[in-house]
Design a protein around this ligand. Structure first.
Ligand code: NAP
Length: 491
């Protein structure tokens, strides 16, 4: 592993201990900043990304080879995420203020005045992702949501884009107060960060093995802290018999496009496609996958892992290759691949249930509905699960399928790649999709990971935080018990 050896720039710390100490010092002032001022910081970061899009995209392309068009669009998405969280802050409902007025006549005992709200956890460690150098990196969703919550952030840069991470850190340092966002490098510094006493929670996007190692580390602390790991996922897609008959060709075209998008380097890539055993789509599948040109992957480490996993799956006795070309001469380049097996084989060989991060997918053929349901039951929980069916005849079947598949996002007649950043989005799921099934890393509610509730009992007005005061100086929504609740979806 190699990291830039230049003297630490503004926004970058030499050690995680330094960064965490600076973050701890910055935390109280950030938490106390009135919400409009906090929102302005996020809008400033969004603006800086836009102003510097050209040099940022050029460095990102040099480091990740994801292509300028994709990188430019990812910058815009990252800007939009920052602006969305600025809006969330200004709306104020994310503080979840609930007020129980006192009731001296309550039975069996008088009820005190109780006021509850969410407060920032403190400094957050963010492990950025290799495959989203902007949207899940230094100024990405974890950082944006943590800053919005009022928490300083220390980012452990991904070694796949170290120069880009430093430049993003420098831009942030020009806008944010000292210590509010710092970048550190190196695996050992990352591990030290997770155990640093100043760090109060961790956000992670990456592999199951890396996430599990750091999750265990966070739990091994004398004071265990929350660890929000977004890990891998198989993202099964089920095509019903009726859908296969009615629009099998279109489904195959869209499926291959989803598998190949970003060279298959998405945690939402459809890794399993369930087709009826008598489907007549082999030629079409081969035609579509053959048309996908070879392209570079994020780095040699991803490419090596992709080809090693692909080889293990392709040479498994229960698997037949549908399309498999030779390993390319350029070790960073990927060759798209399609493999096939039966639903019964998948049940008897759980070693086949592993993510192959890159443009490869496994077609699983099923005989009857029970064969399909039994296999879906055996799948690990995922970030997404998709059904392609026909209305109205598939309604009863689709209900059984969606009740069986465990995932954070259920999709009907669509594709899992492309995660909308919205108030209702849930990008998460039970283990092994994430380490915390209660939370999302995308959308408005991602902010909830970085806050904890505090109830204030019988506090005089002057001791209450501003959002809980009777005068409501921050003008945030206050849900007074007995009155109408705050409409959902406002955070
Ligand atoms: P990775 O290898 O897990 O690395 C992610 C971060 O964790 C890096 O900063 C890495 O440090 C660190 N790390 C990894 N193993 C560690 C360990 N044992 N101890 C301490 N730190 C460790 O992830 P990746 O390189 O991005 O690999 C791609 C994988 O991530 C795929 O499997 C994909 O499914 C998954 N992914 C998931 C999502 C999602 O949203 N769920 C998004 C993107 C990717 P170094 O920099 O030193 O390696």
């Amino acid at each position: 592993m190699s990291y830039p050896t230049a003297a630490p720039s503004q926004g970058r710390a030499a050690t995680s201990a330094q960064a965490a100490t600076q973050a701890r010092a910055a935390a109280p002032a950030l938490a106390a900043l009135p919400l409009p001022e906090r929102a302005l910081l996020l809008r400033g970061l969004s603006h800086a990304l836009g102003e510097n899009a050209a040099p940022l995209a050029a460095i990102a392309e040099d480091e990740t080879r994801l292509g300028m068009e994709r990188l430019r669009s990812e910058i815009r998405r990252t800007q939009a995420q920052l602006q969305m969280f600025a809006d969330v802050i200004e709306a104020g409902a994310f503080l979840d203020v609930v007020i129980d007025p006192p009731d001296p006549s309550a039975q069996p005992a008088p009820r005190p005045d109780i006021r509850r709200m969410l407060v920032p956890l403190g400094p957050i460690a963010v492990f950025s992702a290799s495959n989203f150098p902007f949207a899940f990196s230094v100024l990405g969703g974890d950082t944006a949501s943590a800053l919005a919550a009022g928490c300083p952030v220390v980012v452990k840069a991904h070694e796949g884009h170290p120069r880009l991470s430093d430049l993003a850190g420098e831009l942030a340092a020009e806008i944010l107060p000292a210590g509010v966002l710092t970048v550190v490098h190196g695996r050992e510094e990352g591990r030290r960060l997770v155990t640093d006493p100043a760090i109060r929670a961790v956000g992670f996007t990456g592999s199951t093995s890396g996430g599990r190692a750091l999750f265990d580390l966070a739990n091994s602390r004398p004071d265990p802290i929350p660890f929000y790991g977004e890990l891998g996922s198989l993202n099964p897609v089920v095509v019903t018999r009726a859908a296969c008959r009615a629009r099998g060709t279109d489904i195959v075209r869209e499926y291959i496009a989803s598998v190949a998008l970003g060279q298959g380097q998405f945690c939402t890539k459809p890794g399993l496609l369930f087709l009826p055993a008598d489907h007549a789509l082999h030629a079409r599948l081969r035609q579509e996958i053959t048309a996908v040109p070879p392209a570079p992957l994020l780095g040699l480490w991803i490419s090596a892992a992709y080809h090693a996993t692909l080889e293990q799956l392709a040479t498994h006795p229960a698997v037949r290759p549908l399309h498999l070309t030779h390993k390319p001469d350029d070790p960073r380049t990927s060759t798209p691949a399609l493999l096939t097996t039966s639903a019964k084989s998948l049940r008897t060989h759980p070693e086949l249930l592993r993510e192959c991060f890159g443009p490869a997918s496994l077609i699983v053929t099923y005989t009857a509905t029970e064969d399909l349901l039994e296999t879906l039951q055996a799948l690990p929980a995922g970030l997404t699960a998709t059904v392609h069916g026909q209305e109205p005849e598939d309604e009863a079947l689709a209900q059984r399928l969606t009740a069986t598949m465990q995932a954070g996002r259920l999709i009907w007649n669509g594709w899992p790649t492309g995660v909308a950043v919205t108030a209702a989005m849930h990008h998460g799921g039970p283990w092994p999709a994430t380490t915390s099934p209660l939370h999302t890393s995308v959308g408005n509610r991602a902010i909830g990971r970085w806050m904890r509730p505090v109830a204030y009992q019988n506090m005089p007005e002057g001791l209450l935080p501003a959002p809980l005061r009777r005068a409501n100086p921050w003008n945030v929504p206050q849900q007074v018990v007995g009155s109408r609740p705050i409409p959902d979806g406002k955070i």
